[in-house]
Design a protein around this ligand. Structure first.
Ligand code: ADP
Ligand code: MG
Length: 700
């Protein structure tokens, strides 16, 4: 059936055009100001909006509403209330008040709060964020909200993001004024997150406890074929996957999500979706919804969508590319170099602010992507290393070099590409080539932050980026506001910033061993694991900056540190328990049974004639019995590692985390190694769970 996409698009969203149509003119105008200028909403107006929203939602078949929020679990939360209100004559009517729209009070004692709240003061509030539109999902009207405690502390991912948008806006406008821009009222951070994921068959998934409990495989021998032929990347999309993508697009479009590009990724069964960029706050909501809908739609198609950063060893894991830029309220991109970047002061000033921010806050950017799952990707030659650096490309590098040396920039004539095929149109070579190995790459008029793991909420990397750039810009503004000769002062500032921070720029191969050595000699941080990175959250300079810009209080930062640490520990703990469960309850019994079968075969053969060759069975019995014995030793070792981690927990969360990272994970790897060897020796039918081959190649 041919779909009318423009009609479908946003049909489940209470967006500006719906408001225009359904709200009284005055109320609509007020709402526009609330959305664009952050004006406060009074109760009367809220009542009118709530009523219009309810009528619209009822027409779309909704019966419930919920405050939809983003607690520190990294996923979204909702508690549904129906619209019903009893009448005196025993009937019900459908009601939704302004109060219910604006504020909710979920009993929130069970969300992670990192010590911010004691359970006896478990009150948590949700407050409507009118800058993100309400929408209907599964018969429920969802109101995007921020979530905070009785004392006003942020308990979610959304609140600091909203605060950081204010911070960067304030500082960017200050700088724009100094450049003579008297018009711009607000700047807008724009983000387009590219989302990678795996699709596997549901039946196969159900037989893997590791995927069910941990989202990633903890055992599994390499299949004969993986990604080495590069035949999956951009390959023809299989019919079942295509049907999924078609359905997914439709669901996303209904939600007003600008799903644009879909293709196969490098690993077998791996795919990607990229939306068209939008304002960071909305982009964040949309990405959360996208992940949720991917899972839902996959289920409808008999598949499971895996969002874990490293579901399978030996093939690429999944990431998320956070394309980030800033534009004025007239949609003028502040990172657009234009025809002549060297003369484009505004571009150079914002570019250098970003260079300075990334260099000054390498640790915070590293933290912004830190998780137990992402540790398996970073530095594994499939994603950038854990070292922050920036790629600017050949042309911009030449511009920065000329600024530094003071030698006039000669300019590079744009080269005509010679492809050598005459029927192809002639085109100019892009001035920024791609560098897929860079963690933070300039791609024409935006930066692409490539260290994010696929499961991560983009709120955290973006509130951190916004805040550190706000800090650079505020230092710039402080310096320039006193200048008598503005042009000279700006030039000097740009030059000094380039010189002071050029160490963060690296245009070469980030996957190479040489880079690790060079980065160290440049004094760049290499915070290899989550546990190495997280303590930096509490560094004085970071607390000073995030509190200065009112994005997080010191208390909130501390709570976030605790939550991230606890999450790491819990995650590895669950993985270790799952491994032990699979090892003891499935692998050992299966191998033992298989060995018994072999031994019985030997006995049966011998009964026929002692002259029959039993050497294969005998060798296998010996080999597998030996491996089982080794395996059992490693099971003991993993159990001992867990006991040790428990003891460390008494000392503190950092000691506990370090133990999980250094001792428990190592014990898990050793256990896996033996299991994977045994898997290769055992009859496929005797092995207790589906092989990598079936997991990766079962969707046709
Ligand atoms: P590339 O292929 O070079 O990565 P694309 O045009 O495919 O570039 O864009 C990748 C992502 O970047 C898309 O989600 C796109 O919408 C987003 N993007 C493009 N321009 C901007 C911008 N100014 N700000 C934020 N994101 C952007
Ligand atoms: Mg890209």
């Amino acid at each position: 059936m041919v779909k009318n996409v423009p009609e479908l698009f946003g049909s489940m969203v209470f967006n500006e055009s719906v408001m225009k149509e359904r709200l009284p003119k005055d109320t609509y105008k007020l709402m526009c100001r609330v959305i664009q200028e952050g004006k406060r909403l009074d109760r009367d107006v809220a009542n009118i909006v709530a009523n219009a929203m309810k009528d619209w939602a009822l027409e779309k078949g909704a019966t419930h509403f919920t405050h939809w929020f983003q607690p520190m679990t990294g996923i979204t939360a909702e508690k549904h209330d129906s619209f019903i209100a009893p009448t005196a004559d025993g009937h019900v009517i459908m009601e939704f008040s302004g109060k219910e729209l604006i504020q909710g009070e979920p009993d929130a004692s069970s969300f992670p709060n990192g010590g911010l709240r004691a359970t006896f003061e478990a009150r948590g509030y949700t407050a409507w964020d009118p800058t993100s539109f309400a929408f209907i999902k599964g018969g429920t009207l969802c109101i995007p909200t921020a979530f905070y405690s009785y004392g006003g502390q942020a308990l979610d991912k959304k609140t600091p993001l909203l605060r950081s948008m204010e911070a960067i806006n304030k500082q960017a406008v200050r700088v724009l004024r100094l450049l003579g821009d008297t018009e711009t009222k607000r700047i807008n951070v724009t983000v387009g997150p590219e989302q990678e994921y795996f699709l596997i068959d549901k039946e196969v998934y159900r037989e893997r406890k590791d995927l069910i409990y941990c989202g990633r495989t903890l055992f599994g021998a390499k299949p004969p074929k993986g990604q080495e032929l590069d035949d999956h990347y951009f390959g023809t999309i299989k019919p079942r996957v295509k049907a999924f993508m078609t359905d997914l697009d439709e669901e996303l479009w209904k939600m007003g999500i600008l799903s644009k590009t879909e293709h196969n990724e490098v690993a077998p069964a791996q795919h990607e979706m990229a939306p068209i960029f939008t304002s960071v706050n909305i982009s964040c909501d949309h990405n959360q919804l996208t992940m949720e809908l991917m899972k839902k739609v996959a289920d409808k198609h008999g598949m499971v969508c895996l969002l874990h950063e490293k579901p399978f060893a030996g093939v690429n894991g999944s990431g998320k590319h956070d394309n980030w830029s800033m534009s004025t309220d007239k949609d003028s991109n502040l990172l657009e170099p234009g025809e002549s970047p060297v003369e484009n002061t505004r571009f150079l000033l914002f570019l250098t602010a970003l260079i300075k921010a990334v260099d000054d806050y390498q640790d915070m950017l590293r933290i912004s992507v830190a998780s137990a799952g992402n540790d398996h990707r970073l530095g594994a030659n499939e994603a950038p290393p854990a070292i922050m650096s920036m790629f600017v490309g050949e042309e911009l590098q030449a511009v920065l070099d000329s600024i530094e040396s003071g030698v006039e920039y000669a300019g590079k004539d744009r080269e005509l590409m010679k492809v050598g095929v005459h029927v192809l149109p002639r085109f100019f070579r892009d001035t920024t080539d791609r560098n897929r190995t860079s963690p933070f790459a300039f791609t024409g008029n935006k930066f692409e932050f490539r260290m994010l793991g696929s499961a991560l909420s983009i709120a955290c990397p973006n509130f951190i980026l916004n805040t550190i750039v706000a800090e650079s810009l505020s230092q710039f503004a402080d310096e320039l506001e006193g200048a008598t000769d503005m042009e000279a002062a700006i030039n000097a500032l740009i030059r000094r910033t380039v010189i002071e921070h050029k160490r963060i720029i690296f245009n070469g191969n980030n996957y190479s061993d040489e880079w690790v050595v060079e980065a160290e000699s440049r004094g760049l941080l290499n915070l290899k694991t989550t546990i190495d990175a997280l303590p930096c959250y509490l560094a004085d300079k970071n607390v000073a900056t995030f509190t200065k810009h009112k994005v997080l209080t010191a208390e909130e930062m501390h709570s976030r540190y605790e939550i991230l640490m606890e999450n790491y520990v819990k995650c590895v703990h669950i993985e270790a328990l799952t491994m032990l469960n699979m090892a003891k309850k499935s692998i050992l019994p299966a191998v033992s049974k298989y060995v018994k079968g072999l031994a019985e075969t030997v006995a049966a053969k011998r009964a026929v004639s002692t002259a029959i060759d039993c050497s294969v069975e005998e060798k296998l019995v010996a080999k597998l019995s030996g491996l089982c014995a080794d395996f059992y030793v490693k099971i003991d070792a993993l159990e001992a590692a867990l006991v040790m981690a428990e003891e460390k927990a008494v000392v503190g969360i950092l000691d506990e985390g370090q133990c999980y990272q250094a001792v428990v994970l190592a014990a898990m790897n050793e256990l896996r190694e033996i299991a994977d060897v045994m898997e290769e020796e055992v009859d496929e039918k005797a092995w207790p769970f589906p092989t990598y081959g079936r997991l990766l190649f079962s969707v046709l």
